[in-house]
Design a protein around this ligand. Structure first.
Ligand SMILES: [Zn+2]
Length: 319
């Protein structure tokens, strides 16, 4: 840190020196004992903390901080839910945990394979990782591509130190984790946003970490199956939560009303693609026209809608 502005810049004036020391102490306090800046967290319910990522593609200005992540504190330890898009974000999340509790992380839960949710796992090498039973194979198949993309977006420094895929606690169906006076219910879902979506329900506060099964403001991204996603939404709606943490969007939203916009988009997507297919139209026509009415309702529409239409065209072509 340099304070090289004003008439005292570069001088040995005692007041300037004092200010420099004060500024350095301030920085140390902000950075925490390990030297990284803790992520900003919101306590959305007692003991439930969420960091809100930017609604954007990973870029130097957001340092890859484009997904929500959080942690839940129990009497015997902390469950970490997603770790961010870079090893640095994982370290900053770990610093935020240390700033809030003296309990240690005992489990990292990845909601699915996308790199903006898992590459911070690098900062939790000593902690077991839980994920959908399909997560290991799905991420192994894509990891090299994801790492190269991150290098292209943010530079080699951002992607250095990303470990090989590790899933120590594969989840099929439903698994309960006792954090000490706090029960978490992990549910592995059929193919929807991806083929490895997993949700975490904190029974104590009625908080559902929905991962990318719930997009708010950010256009939903179909990397799995649109019809499957609609069916998973029907099941999710019955989870007795009072609030949810989306994978992208605000730190917290009301449940289940927050599902409405996503369900509408996916329904319009499926119906629009079906109409084009029934009329014998091409995939190009579908991309050009389907879901246009939703354009103004979402961020990143042009980045993701064409590929959602393409994926759904391929999905429904053989119905
Ligand atoms: Zn995702």
């Amino acid at each position: 840190m340099t304070t090289s502005f004003g008439p005292d810049a570069g001088s040995t004036h005692p007041r300037a020196a004092l200010m420099t020391v004060a500024a350095a102490l301030c920085l140390l306090a902000a950075a925490g004992p390990s030297g990284v800046e803790p992520l900003a967290m919101t306590e959305v319910a007692p003991g439930v903390f969420v960091h809100q990522g930017a609604i954007a593609e990973p870029a130097p200005d957001n340092r890859g901080d484009t997904a929500n992540m959080g942690f839940i504190v129990g009497d015997s330890g902390v469950a970490v839910i997603d770790t961010g898009g870079t090893p640095e974000l994982g370290r900053r999340l770990r610093e935020a945990i240390a700033a809030r509790t003296d309990r240690e992380p005992v489990i990292v839960i990845n909601t699915h394979m996308h790199p903006d949710h898992v590459f911070g796992n690098a900062a939790f090498a000593d902690v077991p990782i839980a994920g959908h039973a399909n997560l290991r194979d799905a991420l192994a198949a894509r990891q090299d591509v994801y790492r190269q993309r991150l290098t292209d977006e943010l530079g080699a420094g951002a992607s250095a130190g990303i470990p090989r895929v590790r899933v120590d606690r594969p989840v099929a169906g439903e698994v309960r984790i006792d954090l000490g006076n706090r029960l978490l219910v992990l549910t592995a879902h059929p193919t929807a946003h991806t083929n490895n979506d997993l949700t975490v329900f904190d029974r104590k506060t009625g908080t559902l970490f929905a991962g990318d099964l719930l997009f708010i403001d950010h256009l939903p991204v179909v990397d799995g199956n649109a019809l499957g996603w609609l069916s998973v939404i029907d099941g999710l709606e019955r989870v007795p939560a009072i609030r949810a943490v989306p994978g992208h969007g605000p730190a917290m939203v009301d449940w289940p009303g927050a599902l409405d916009a996503e369900r509408r988009y996916l329904t319009v997507l499926v119906e629009g693609v079906r109409r084009v297919l029934t009329a014998g139209g091409s995939i190009q026509e579908a991309v050009a026209h389907v879901v246009e009415g939703e354009r103004d309702r979402w961020l990143l529409f042009d980045a993701y809608n064409p590929r959602n239409v393409t994926a759904t065209f391929a999905e429904l072509e053989w119905e």
